[in-house]
Design a protein around this ligand. Structure first.
Ligand code: F6R
Length: 256
């Protein structure tokens, strides 16, 4: 796992965008996995500014969707992805996929989504945020480390964290359809971005804690090509902070 400590959120976004741009130039960006929420916004800002043909041509898969929100609801992840990703990066809306959170089709939503990802040839690079509970996607603590796309129940803490996007806590859905941890591990490369002190404990548990379903993001320790990009505040509880800085400063030119 590569840990990159940046001075601020916008540098973090530029660094993640560099990874994606390198892939696009190498012709290795057919499918991009996209996260919603605040963390990846600087990545989308940077990619939008760069206006890359290789990104515009990519297919995209969202990590998750709330259950029961109408697709047109401004906070459904279908709407958020359409606003923040599809429109800004110039993707073809027909090639952007979000799990189906409709209540009447839930029993098959996971399998249908997994099939779509497989048909697309798998995800080349998955962008991730991390929740204060240590979730990636909406895989809350005790999620199976081998899980596939399925329905999950959000923790109270995640609902409170996400209440900022809704008029009240009561309106934050309780359920979601999320890529599983096993699904995320199948991506060829993963890039997690975390900024701010509220993420510091979760980042430290994910990067340096034991591999445990109590911190679902710790599953990334099993991924052969994972980069964690954090600002100083989110890096605050990392014990090996100075080591990561040294590794980064002296990384060989051929190593990307
Ligand atoms: C979003 C997602 C979540 C968020 C996480 C952090 O699609 O899957 O894992 O990345 O909840 O959210 P923010 O970035 O808003 O703090």
């Amino acid at each position: 796992m590569q840990v990159v400590i940046t001075t601020n959120e916008s540098t973090a976004g530029e660094f993640a965008a560099d990874i994606i741009e390198r892939r696009a130039h190498a012709g290795a960006l057919r499918v991009i996995g996209v996260a919603t929420g605040s963390s990846p916004l600087p990545v989308y800002d940077a990619l939008a500014r760069r206006d890359l043909a290789g990104v515009r041509a990519a297919r995209a898969f969202a990590l998750d969707e709330y259950v029961g929100l109408p697709a047109a609801h401004p906070e459904s992840y279908r709407s958020v992805v359409s606003r923040e990703v599809t429109a800004r990066l110039g993707l073809d809306p027909e090639r952007v996929h979000v799990p189906d959170g409709s209540v009447d089709r839930l029993s098959t939503a996971g399998e249908r989504y997994e099939n779509l990802i497989a048909l697309a040839g798998g995800i080349d690079v998955q962008i991730l945020g991390i929740g204060t509970t240590g979730h990636i996607g909406f895989n809350e603590p005790t999620s199976s480390l081998a899980s596939r796309t399925r329905v999950k129940t959000l923790t109270e803490q995640t609902r409170r964290d996400n209440a900022r996007f809704f008029p009240s806590l009561d309106e934050v859905p309780r359920h979601c359809v999320t890529q599983g941890l096993g699904t995320i591990l199948d991506a060829r490369e993963v890039v997690l971005i975390a900024v701010g002190s509220r993420k510091a404990a979760a980042v430290a548990a994910a990067v340096e804690g034991p591999l445990t379903s109590m911190c679902p993001a710790s599953v990334l320790q099993l991924h052969p090509h994972a980069t964690v990009i954090v600002d100083e505040a989110a890096a605050a509880e990392l014990r090996l902070r100075s080591y990561y800085t040294e590794v980064f400063a002296h990384r060989p030119a051929w190593q990307v």
